[in-house]
Structures are given as C-alpha cells and as structure tokens.
Design a protein around this ligand. Structure first.
Ligand SMILES: Cc1cc2nc3c(=O)[nH]c(=O)nc-3n(C[C@H](O)[C@H](O)[C@H](O)COP(=O)(O)OP(=O)(O)OC[C@H]3O[C@@H](n4cnc5c(N)ncnc54)[C@H](O)[C@@H]3O)c2cc1C
Length: 472
C-alpha cells in the first residue's frame, strides 16, 4: 500500500468548509450544549462527494533518522529526549512554532498528579522551571493535586532541553501522510513545512499528535469517544485577563455581540486560575466537538473564542471584576482526540484493580477526570466517590500500534478506554509514556527489530534507572 500516491477526496468548496460558522447558531442563550451539538452535527455529518482526484508527486527524502517523533507536546518532547539518550538520531516534527502542545499552546499551566519519580526528562523540565522560579513548590500527590507553572516559560524550557539533547527540530511542519508497506511498516512520512512537502525516513515512528494523526493516515485501527456514541471528552478554552485600576475597568464586549451570560446558571464550567501577578487564566468548557474533524475543530475554535467573551462579559458586568481581556491561548485545549488501538487496550478495570503488568513502563495516580462529553457544566461521567483510583501501571503493549510494525504512540492518543484515558491523559503520565516510547523506539532501531521482540524487563530496567517510579 503506497500512500504517497493515493486517492484523495476533495470536499466540494461550494459546501463551504466552515459553512455558517460566523453566523449566530440560533439557540437560546444558556443552551450551549445544544448549540455545540448543532455545530458538531453539521461538521461531522457525511458530506456528498462531488468529485475525486488522484494526486501523486515526487518529494525529496530530506530527513533520515533512527526515530521520528510526530508531535511535540509533553509526550513528544519526552519521547525525543529519551530516544536521543538511548543513542538514536531523532527528528521531532511539530506543526506550531513551539513545543509543549496543550501545556503551552493550549494554555494549560499545571502539572497534575505526582510530579516526583516521573523520569529524568520530566525531572530536568522541573529543575529548569524551578531555576526560572516558574513552578509551584513540590508536594506529593494527592496532598497537592496540581503544580501550577508559567506556560510561556515552559515553552523556552522545552525548546532548550531539546536543543541540549541534540534533537533535530522541524517547526511549522505538519505531518501529512505516510508510506506503509503491506506488513504495516512505515517507511517514510511526508511532512510539509515552509520548504514544501518532504519525506522523513526513519526506522521507528512515534505518534505523539494527541489525535492519532499518523495511525489514522496509515489506516491503522483507532477509536474515539465514549462507547455508545463516540462523543469525546469536552474541550476547554483558556483565556487570560489582567487586572486594571478601578477607573479603567468595565465591560468591553460591544452591545449586540454574541449572547453574553447574564446569570450564574448561564455560565459554562468556568475555572479561574492564577496566572502570575495581577493576572488570571480562565478556563471555559466547550463540549460536543471533534478534534479529528477539520470542520468540527474549526467550529470549536470559533465557538470557544465567542464563549470566552460571553463569560468575560459576565465577570466584568455582573461581578464588577476589574479585568481586561489579555488574549486567548492560540489553540483550544483538547482532552481527547482519537486513541490508537494498541496490542493492549488499557481498561478502566485495570486501573481500579491496580493491575500489575510484566511490561509496565509508566505509572498513573490521578483520579478519573472524565468530564461528561455532552454537557458544558461542571459534570462528570462518574460520581465523586467513584473517581479515585489506586496507583496503576501502563504496559508497553498499550504504546504499540496493533496494526503497525514500527509505530509506537505516547500521550493522550495511547491505547486506552476513554475512562482510563481520563486519568492517564495528565501531563505527568504523558511524559512518562513519552520517555518509555522513546527508549523502546531507540532500542528497536539499534537492534533492527520489532519493538515486540525487545525484552520488556530490559526496557523497564532502563526506565527505572532513569528515575521513573513504576512500582504500585
Ligand atoms: C483544558 C485542559 C485542561 C487540562 N488540565 C491539565 C492540568 O491541569 N494538568 C495536567 O497535567 N494535564 C492537564 N490536561 C491534560 C494535558 O494537558 C494533556 O492531556 C497533555 O498535555 C497531552 O499531551 P500530549 O503530548 O499527549 O498531546 P498534546 O499536548 O496535544 O500535543 C500534541 C502535539 O502534536 C502536535 N501535532 C498534532 N498534530 C500534528 C501534525 N499533524 N503534525 C505535526 N504536529 C502535530 C500539536 O501541535 C502538539 O504540539 C488538560 C487538558 C485540557 C485540554
């Protein structure tokens, strides 16, 4: 199966790639879930195919590596750094100008769960953040649920860490396509940056896109959302305010714009976070969109920016907060995209039972933070007393794409049930998975073998020698 020459579907432009997005959604104020449902339905519905074309072109093989990491979120950064330490030549592909993913471009500025014993990559991140005085002091989980940090500083810390480790960085470069052999071996992936389309050849690939972009493009099995209807955990938008003198305060949203919240009942789930001196970050829940659907994601971004203003107006007008708008994060925060079906799908029952795995490579402790997919209020899939889990293990098999011969994954697109992901998606566990995937990929590349042929105990030993605590 050569995916460089492929049939591709052109969606009829006349259908409008973002049809109706700028228009009001036509629902009563406060009924935000319904608005979201409308937009997602419109975005996700099957569209008539007007025309199909076949496209193919020659592209230069510009990059050759032992390990290619696609996606530079916290998982991708950890994977790339760990693979280099294990002797691999590593290229990291990131579509934005900075690494960190949700933790930087998504504006999420807290490390949830246990921050000690996550492995030496995460330790180095923390040490550098501490040097910048940019992270809250350590306390063990659950005494402290999360450690807040400055997400602007994290961007520079991650960048310098990658450079120190001599990871080859490709910014403003998007993963586009793969060439896959019949045996599920990826030979090259096609990336596109400002130089145009290029091939990246590697022995091992790690999908850290959060949305399983590599696996989905390769045609490997993926899953998403809750079992009954595929609805994913909701997204949230982070926006920022700075505190101003009383005289400068007041409502900013012009009359007639959007549908501002007038009562507390109309507010979506809204969390106000510290964001340095005289500043706050505000997180607003945006349910019912799909980050793996171009039009639905576009609609989510549009709706989220409107919603931020509807919420801000409430705080400025009704609560008389002396806040001025200080920007939105460049992209909406995505809790769940698509998950890759691995050799093992980590189950909720495994977490509850603190199941031990022979091939354990990471450990999670965070509670089951499963926001209800179809609701914008502070609602959860589980009752409060059902959310706690004991420390649990994640097996290497959950980081190996079932249909692939050389594709690993780490972070929020790993192989897990939705509720298992609701805990393991926190940054600490994602970093741990990344470190493990990087080590395993580097070893496979060196030994020129399938990752499944590695001795899992040997992988585990290296992970533990590098400071990760795996025992439960
Ligand atoms: C609103 C919200 C609040 C959260 N709060 C917390 C919290 O307080 N504490 C905590 O620990 N966790 C929190 N989380 C969870 C955590 O932020 C994420 O699950 C975690 O950061 C995921 O890391 P990742 O590396 O797997 O994915 P991501 O952070 O999503 O990174 C994926 C990266 O891949 C890149 N990418 C994607 N597709 C492509 C492509 N085709 N080509 C090239 N690059 C690509 C992206 O640009 C991105 O940099 C929160 C999540 C959300 C959404």
């Amino acid at each position: 199966m050569n995916r460089l020459s492929r049939r591709d579907t052109i969606k009829g432009l006349a259908l409008g790639a973002v049809a109706g997005l700028g228009a009001p959604f036509g629902f009563a104020a406060g009924n935000v879930s319904a608005r979201g449902a409308e937009v997602q339905k419109r975005a996700g519905e099957a569209k008539p195919v007007r025309e199909e074309i076949v496209w193919s072109r020659k592209v230069p093989v510009r990059h050759v590596a032992d390990v290619a990491v696609i996606g530079g979120g916290i998982a991708g950064v950890a994977a790339a750094c760990a693979a280099v330490k294990s002797g691999a030549k590593v290229v990291l592909v990131e579509r934005f100008a900075i690494t960190g993913g949700n933790m930087t471009t998504g504006g999420v500025a807290a490390f949830c769960g246990e921050t000690a014993g996550q492995g030496e990559v995460f330790d180095e991140i923390l040490t550098d953040m501490e040097k910048f005085k940019a992270v809250a002091p350590y306390k063990p989980y659950p005494q402290l649920d999360h450690r807040v940090f400055d997400h602007h500083i994290l961007a520079i810390v991650l960048q310098e860490l990658l450079l120190r480790r001599k990871v080859k960085l490709l910014f403003h470069t998007r993963f586009v396509d793969v060439r896959v052999t019949d045996g599920g071996r990826i030979t090259e992936c096609i990336v596109c940056g400002k130089s145009g389309p290029e091939a990246l050849r590697a022995k091992q690939f790690i999908d850290c896109t959060g949305d399983a972009d590599v696996a989905r493009t390769a045609g490997f099995a993926t899953m998403k959302g809750r079992p009954e209807d595929g609805l994913q955990l909701p997204m949230s938008m982070m926006f920022f305010v700075r505190h101003v003198e009383e005289g400068l305060a007041g409502a900013q949203l012009p009359e007639g714009w959007f549908q501002p919240c007038r009562t507390p009942q109309e507010l979506p789930m809204t969390s106000v976070w510290p964001n340095g001196p005289r500043s706050n970050a505000i997180k607003v829940k945006i349910p019912m969109f799909d980050s793996t659907d171009t039009e639905s994601l576009t609609a989510a971004e549009v709706r989220a920016r409107q919603r931020a203003w509807e919420v801000l107006d409430y705080y400025q007008r009704r609560k008389a907060e002396p806040w001025r708008y200080d920007g939105c994060s460049p992209q909406i925060g995505i809790r769940e995209g698509a998950r890759i079906v691995g050799d093992y799908v980590l189950a909720l029952a495994d977490l509850r039972a603190a199941r031990k795995f022979d091939d354990a490579i990471a450990r999670g402790v965070y509670y089951l933070d499963g926001h209800k997919p179809d609701d914008d209020k502070r609602t959860y899939i589980l009752k409060k007393d059902e959310m706690k889990v004991p420390p649990y293990q994640i097996p290497l098999r959950s980081l190996i794409a079932k249909d692939g011969a050389n594709l690993l994954m780490a972070g929020r697109c790993f192989s897990a049930e939705q509720l298992a992901l609701s805990s393991a998606r926190v940054s600490t566990s994602c970093a741990m998975m990344g470190q493990a995937a990087g080590i395993a990929a580097a070893l496979s590349a060196q030994k020129q073998c399938d990752v499944r042929k590695l001795d899992p105990q040997a992988v585990r030993r290296i992970i533990e020698e590098r400071g990760a605590r795996l025992a439960v």
